[in-house]
Design a protein around this ligand. Structure first.
Ligand code: PBG
Length: 331
């Protein structure tokens, strides 16, 4: 035999020489769930090990992560029902605890990167990412609200905004509003190919943000999030987001959509982000807790797979634990 691929696998050192993909802590983004109040740590039942935290606890969490070299965070608010209305107005209310928290975090830790969520669902009494009118999630009239949220978030100090709503034209509307208000350095990480997925369950539990049942409220998000059966359509979304001024293109979820990550990576030159979503993390945790999989090897293999597919940035609930394992020399 002239060719023996095993020669390049004979030792850890040789395997290190020829390793094609690397996953460093600086590629990771850690999601944070923010609750209003003080001294609250409330575990998400369907995502064990992940907590909804009040600001004081988030500051501690960020401080710990920074010592591990984990510097990027994406934050989501859990908003009480009393603050929700049909137009999601609390989203751009200057008294909003999410906006105030961002200002606090950036003041205390200016070196971190703080990414927001731009969508109406945390604030919308209907639980949808856009305005619901006569049984439909309307597109164009949602854009002004999203743009107002975006400017409020930029004012609060978020470094990068994450439109997760999937309304058509929202990246352009947000970019224009930001530039008009002087926030030319605030980035946009667009949820470009966000699928109508069953894997957002634990996230919606954490924030109580699922579409509300009943009346003429659409029961799912299929008229705006993408059909899981489609791949070429992701190219259309990516072309639009690129033209409208996005700084990152995101694919979400990640593990079931590795082909989409690869497709965008090979066709576009913007950095590609992949969101390893709550349900994908939950199912891995569940198998490990049952003793069916080994977490310490299955988790890094999963994250490496997302990166090998083409993700520059990986958003995952395992970011902190990965950083801890790296710090201990386990990876
Ligand atoms: C809402 C939003 C969702 C997620 C991020 N932003 C849920 C949804 O679209 O219903 C899901 C993230 C996760 O499951 O980890 N705009």
């Amino acid at each position: 035999m002239l060719k023996r691929p095993r020669r390049n696998r004979v030792s850890a050192s040789v395997r290190g020489l020829v390793q094609e993909t690397h996953l460093e802590v600086n590629h990771l983004v850690f999601p944070l769930f923010l609750l209003d109040g003080e001294k609250i740590r409330s575990e998400v039942p369907s995502l064990p090990g992940i907590f909804r935290l009040s600001l004081d606890q988030i500051l501690k969490e960020v401080e710990q992560c920074l010592t591990l070299g984990l510097t990027s965070f994406i934050m989501f608010p859990a908003v009480s029902e009393a603050l929700k209305d049909k137009i999601g107005s609390y989203g751009y209310n200057p008294a909003n605890f999410y906006l105030k928290a961002a200002t606090n975090i950036k003041k205390r830790f200016p070196e971190c990167t703080l990414i927001s969520d731009v969508a109406m669902d945390p604030y919308n009494a209907d639980g949808h990412d856009g305005l619901v009118r006569a049984g439909k999630v309307v597109n164009d009239d949602s854009l002004g609200i999203l743009a107002k949220m975006a400017v409020a978030q930029a004012e609060a100090g978020f470094d990068i905004l994450g439109p997760s709503d999937m309304m058509d034209g929202r990246v352009g509307a947000i970019r224009q509003a930001l530039d008009g208000a002087g926030f030319t350095d605030t980035g946009i990480m667009s949820y470009t190919a966000k699928y109508a997925s069953a894997f957002y369950g634990p996230f919606r539990d954490a924030l109580d943000s699922a579409p509300k049942a009943g009346g003429d409220i659409p029961k799912d998000k299929k008229t705006y999030q993408m059909n899981p059966a489609n791949k070429r359509e992701a190219l259309i979304e990516a072309e639009l987001d690129t033209a409208e001024g996005a700084d990152y293109l995101m694919v979400k979820p990640a593990v079931n959509y590795l082909d989409v990550i690869h497709l965008l990576k090979t066709n576009f030159n913007l950095p590609i982000a992949a969101y390893h979503v709550s349900g994908e993390c939950a199912m891995l945790l569940a198998a490990c807790r049952n003793g069916w999989l080994d977490f310490d090897s299955a988790m890094p293999e999963t994250l490496m797979g997302i990166r090998r597919a083409g993700a520059d940035v990986v958003i995952t609930y395992f970011a902190k634990i990965y950083a801890e394992m790296k710090a201990k020399g386990q990876l």
